[in-house]
Ligand binder design. Sequence first.
Ligand code: FE2
Length: 290
Amino acid sequence: MGHVALRTPDLAGTAEHAIQTLGLHETLGDAGARFLSSNAKHHELELLAGEEAGVDHVGFELETADDLAEIRERVAAAGVEVVEPEHQVAAEGTFRFVVPGGIAFELYGGMEREPLTIDRVAPRFARRLGHVTMASADAPATVAFLRDVLGFRLSDHVPGLSWWLRCDEDHHAIAIMPGGTTRLHHYAFELDSFATMGKYADHVASTGQHFIWGPGRHGPGFNLFTYLFDPNGVVVETYADMLKVIDDAAYEMVDWAQHPRAANLWDHGRVPDGWLELGVPSLLATHAAR
Ligand SMILES: [Fe+2]
């Protein structure tokens, strides 16, 4: 997982919220864009000024230049147009494309990293961006492209609810929900433990905010979770203790549809009213502009 880029009509307020709530720090900023990170990476959250709140693109980092070149060829061979953004910020070989369903992806290699310090090794709350959950107007096509072209592996699927896909040991780096308009449902930063989640919850309460769901534990991914809104109505998750898939060959999916408590193992599987309809739109008109 690399970064998520959001458009917002309240750039200053959104950046301040992420810094104060999650504990992110800013690495670069001007009147049009703010770049934030929770660790040594140059950015994990890219905030862009815009007329309306929405997701501009999602970014994934490739480990080697060869991987990047191979994926670029595969995307082009699939008949998908590849474009290069006007500005490459702190990464190499950046290119963008729109996957079926209408989600703009940005792939790159070699993102700049700050040398590690005690603050970066042991941040107060968020320690890395871990996943995004998107809804897609054509979810089966989106999932097929992620698997067959980009090489994501399917970790779990609950029909009508979500597909969860991984690109490394973490159970999911992206989840795709079916139905409705294509949008970002939430993005998620990892906390190191449930103890830190407790401190985070106290901190959230002290700032006058409240969770819209959680703390709880999901079935798919087995992770602990909390969710709250940012100033744009974007859902921000923190999670901890996610399942690691160490051995792809030995991994077997759970048939979560048979488990009525799957959505929240701690609370009868209850889901907040309107949960599946949340999210901010995918803004395809803007993703190539910067
Ligand atoms: Fe970006």
